[in-house]
Ligand binder design. Structure first.
Ligand code: PRP
Ligand code: MG
Length: 181
């Protein structure tokens, strides 16, 4: 029987490292939003693992909601087309909003999302991302919380997919070449 993890050439972050990082992030979020109501918004689908673990690391009350956007309008991300596939169920006007995603690559998704959410009149909008690829960044996105900066390599696991597979890995790693061929 073949294990999914056999398809990885390298494990970048283990489950333990990820949970420790999200725990640190949760402590900072608790300090920064002390005394304020907070709405945490996950970006489907990649952010589901980060949302599950980061929100459970928080020991305070939060509201949670979800958005789904498509940034592959006509083929590639460079098309720059972002569409809302599922909008928030919550009215965010006057609320402190923290958008949670698992990776900032080009920044297209979150730069568009932040300007869209800002137009709804929230008290504040900030970003928490587990991973960021500084070399790939093409749009102005300044997350308040970043787990790790990583090189511009293709990574999978913990919500990140390659052709819709590998999202269910507990760790984050780089794909072995035999997977492509
Ligand atoms: C991925 C990832 C981020 C986004 C980052 O989502 O989950 O949301 O791309 O890339 P960017 O910074 O270049 O916009 P994707 O749109 O692939 O959908 P998914 O979350 O359903 O996997
Ligand atoms: Mg995504």
């Amino acid at each position: 029987a073949s294990s999914v993890e056999n398809d990885l050439v390298d494990i970048l972050f283990t489950e333990e490292q990820i949970l420790e990082k999200l725990d640190e992030m949760a402590r900072r979020i608790e300090a920064d939003y002390e005394g304020q109501e907070l709405l945490v918004v996950g970006v489907l689908r990649g952010a589901i693992m980060v949302m599950a673990d980061l929100s459970r690391a928080l020991t305070r009350h939060v509201e949670t909601d979800w958005m789904a956007v498509s940034s592959y309008g006509s083929g590639t991300k460079s098309s720059g087309v972002v569409r809302i596939l599922k909008d928030l169920d919550t009215d965010i006007s006057g609320k402190h909003v923290l958008v949670v995603d698992e990776i900032i690559d080009t920044g297209l998704t979150l730069s568009w999302l932040i300007s869209n959410l800002t137009s709804r009149g929230p008290a504040s909008v900030e970003i928490a991302t587990l991973l960021r690829k500084p070399e790939a960044l093409a749009m102005p996105v300044t997350p308040k919380y970043v787990g790790w900066d990583i090189p511009n390599e293709f990574v999978v696991g913990y919500g990140l997919d390659y052709q819709e597979r590998y999202r269910n890995l507990r760790c984050i790693g780089t794909l072995a070449p035999h997977v492509y061929s």
